[in-house]
Design a protein around this ligand. Structure first.
Ligand code: ARG
Length: 479
């Protein structure tokens, strides 16, 4: 470097180098460089011969990286410099022409946007698989009653299908959040140069089309400093991980001896080293525990970005580790959640026994009074008194005598009251849209099936050139 007379301090190099983690940008960086070089040749900025050399050289570098034969050098500060250094070793001076009309500032923003888009797509695919499993489970457990809970108290009975589908819609919203992340990566940063634009009349839209971006970033200063799409991914991932955490927490609770509503398969549980009887739902516990880690990554990046002046600052290099860790954590959790749910067994008897607790019919009894003309507020109080009266007598609701009923709730017709308890009609009476009656759950299932069957999943398809997920094996360290 012509400007410097002293070599870099190894301590500074250790702080400054990003190769240990930005290695996984390599496939995007190569795609981007190919598109950039083709644009330079189209516009006459680069000779055709140099383009051919650069193309061959970049393919050779790609092969080395894919075969894990790519050797880094001590001076390689980041993946962008390492690839260019190796390209120049392979093809000679033509390699040095690749960086014409480009800066690492617009280059890195472009790589990261490409990666965020690829992993938003991947998150959607994994969510689709998880949601498919939930629909299948709901179909298999259509009319299994269990208590629904509020405040962790038995509240009103519901069907297991209805309960499982509640998770479906949460994950549906997550997938929509990842759709938004893809929209947030629509505009190509490349061509912004270091910050002000470049001294050549480039064709940015050509590069955008080659790489599957819809448009170009309108402002070069914004383009090199924008990391909103990373925040958007982390935010979507944090909410999604929160849902997985709640789901995991429920599986932990339901698989206790006390609840006994479900059993996780042996392949997603572990034993105790001391207590031979134990089967621990570790997978569900870890789903529960991973969410705050992703929230922490989101909060961390907000911290890095806040107060940063325009435009590029080296602080921005700190966007990558939080992003990569969140991607790896979320994708693993989504896979685990699907597999764990696919192998789960529900206990019909245990759930039914809990759901036949007569006190959870209290709302239905109140509505019986409402049909007699009693205002709901008043009915609520009367039925509360009936439940308390039964409890004091050590009886179930249906064991109250006509006399006791007359005393506790004169307005309550004893026959209608008993019929209601006998029929266990409390589930089928929930006929309102979105309710738990079987007819409504069937409507819901077909709506869910419709969501899954829409193959664009609410998003128009993108340009064909995008590598689907070339950094899938990413994370392994460079040699
Ligand atoms: N490794 C850097 C990053 O991730 C690349 C951009 C460096 N640009 C610069 N002007 N030093 O942000």
């Amino acid at each position: 470097m012509g400007r410097f007379s002293d070599p870099q301090d190894p301590l500074f190099q250790a702080l400054n180098s990003s190769l240990a983690f930005d290695y996984r940008l390599a496939p995007y960086d190569i795609e981007q460089s190919l598109a950039h070089a083709r644009m330079l040749a189209r516009t006459g900025i680069l000779e055709q011969e140099d383009l051919s050399r650069i193309e061959q050289g970049l393919e050779a570098v790609r092969d080395e990286i894919e075969a894990d034969r790519f050797a880094i050098q001590p001076g390689d500060e980041d993946i962008h410099m390492a690839i260019e250094r190796r390209l120049t070793e392979i093809v000679g001076p033509a390699g040095g022409r690749l960086h014409t009309a480009r800066s690492r500032n617009d280059q890195v923003a472009t790589d990261v946007a490409m990666l965020v888009r690829a992993h938003s797509l991947e998150a959607r695919a994994l969510l689709h698989a998880l949601m498919t499993t939930l629909v299948e489970l709901a179909e298999r457990h259509l009319d299994w009653p269990l208590p629904g809970y509020t405040h962790m108290q038995r509240a009103q009975p519901v069907y297991l299908s209805h309960h499982l589908l509640a998770w479906f819609w949460k994950f549906r919203r997550d997938s929509q959040r990842f759709n938004f992340c893809m929209t947030a990566t629509d505009e190509l940063p490349l061509g912004a140069g270091a910050l002000a634009g470049v001294n050549f009349d480039t064709e940015r839209m050509f590069v955008a089309e080659e790489l599957g971006f819809r448009a170009i970033a309108e402002n070069s200063l914004d383009a090199v400093s924008n990391r909103d799409f990373v925040l958007d991914y982390l935010s979507a991932a944090a909410t999604c991980a929160g849902h997985l955490s709640q789901l995991g927490g429920e599986v932990v609770l339901w698989s206790t001896t006390e609840f006994g509503f479900c059993r996780v398969s042996d392949s997603f549980a572990s034993g105790s080293s001391l207590m031979p009887q134990k089967k621990n739902p570790d997978a569900a516990e870890l789903l529960r525990a991973k969410a705050p880690r992703i929230v922490g990554r989101l909060a961390g990046l907000h911290g890095v970005l806040h107060g940063l002046p325009l435009t590029y600052n080296k602080d921005l290099q700190e966007d990558k580790e939080p992003l990569f860790d969140a991607i790896d954590t979320l994708e693993l959790c989504l896979r685990v959640a699907r597999e764990m749910l696919a192998g789960i067994e529900f206990d019909r008897e245990r759930m039914a026994a809990a759901a036949s607790d007569e006190s959870i019919a209290a709302t239905d009894v109140a509505d019986l009074l409402v049909r007699q003309g009693v205002p709901f507020r008043e009915a609520h109080g009367i039925v509360g008194g009936v439940v308390r009266g039964a409890e004091e007598r050590g009886k179930g609701l249906s064991e109250l005598t006509d006399e006791e009923l007359r005393e506790l709730a004169p307005a309550l017709p004893p026959d209608g009251f008993r019929a209601l308890l006998e029929q266990s009609s409390w589930l089928e009476s929930k006929v309102s849209e979105g309710g738990t009656s079987l007819a409504r759950v069937r409507d819901q299932l077909s709506a869910a099936r419709h969501v899954l069957g829409d193959d664009t999943w609410g998003l128009a398809p993108r340009g064909p050139k995008q590598p689907a997920r070339p950094d899938a094996q990413g994370g392994e360290s460079p040699r």
